[in-house]
Write a protein that binds this ligand. Structure first.
Ligand SMILES: [Zn+2]
Length: 239
């Protein structure tokens, strides 16, 4: 029962183990490469901080504008009051009009001051939020730096693993003839990556079908042909 056939099936089973492991390593490599290209949570947090910074800047500008407006109105009010007090205007209509214009300028100034206060209040709220968001971003970045280093280390390890598996597979494949390898590849593609199944207690470990005694004994005795499971068509290995 330890004829050439058995060892061929055994070699194929080993090859399959390598192939399955290699596929797993490859998937992990791709996932690591993808995860290392960037961090969505950090990008999102950074975007929020930048948007808030822009908003703060625009409210700072609004505050400055309101202050300038208020100062310029104050100057105009003072000039108008000086004219009023100078005694140069005697015409009652002109006096009335000047008083009305001073009152209007005062109203405008109050409006500008209100805007300035509103800008300051908004700024206070925005800056408090901005500080919180900046702190959160910093925490995310720190955590990501640690995680990133871990991912980088794993990536290096997995790459080495992948290279090792590739070599091991090539060495193992060399011990098999081309027809056997082709048969293995053909089955592998059609059987979800599992071309070889263990035969345990006369049962195929892939499809759980009990194989007829004649097949089981052929698997033990036949030295030339690979024995296939009559149900799923996989190569049987005695394990
Ligand atoms: Zn089967």
């Amino acid at each position: 029962m330890k004829g050439t056939d058995v060892s061929r099936a055994k070699t194929l089973y080993k090859l399959q183990e390598i192939d399955i492991f290699q596929a797993k390593v490859r998937r992990r490599l791709l996932a690591l490469q993808k995860v290392l290209t960037g961090n969505d949570a950090i990008e999102k947090a950074r975007g929020e901080v930048e948007a808030l910074e822009a908003e703060v800047q625009s409210w700072q500008q609004a505050h400055r504008d309101a202050e300038l407006e208020s100062e310029s109105l104050e100057t105009r009010i003072r000039e108008a009051e000086q004219r009023l007090m100078s005694g140069a205007i005697h015409n009652p209509k002109e006096l009335e009009s000047l008083q009305a214009s001073i009152a209007a300028l005062r109203r405008q100034k109050t409006g500008a001051e209100d805007q300035g206060v509103k800008a300051l209040e908004t700024l206070e709220t925005l800056q408090a939020t901005l500080e919180k968001k900046r702190a959160a971003l910093e925490n995310l970045e720190k955590a990501w730096q640690t995680k990133r280093a871990e991912y980088q280390q794993e990536l290096t390890k997995r790459k080495q693993e992948y290279v090792y598996l590739k070599r091991a597979r090539a060495t193992l494949a060399q011990s098999l003839d081309e027809a056997t390898l082709e048969r293995y590849e053909f089955l592998r593609k059609r059987k979800q990556g599992r071309a070889v199944a263990k035969l345990t207690d006369e049962t195929c470990s892939a499809c759980y079908m009990q194989v007829p005694k004649s097949i089981a004994s052929a698997a033990y005795s036949d030295k030339d042909e690979l024995v296939l499971c009559p149900n799923c068509g996989r190569i049987l290995w005695l394990g």
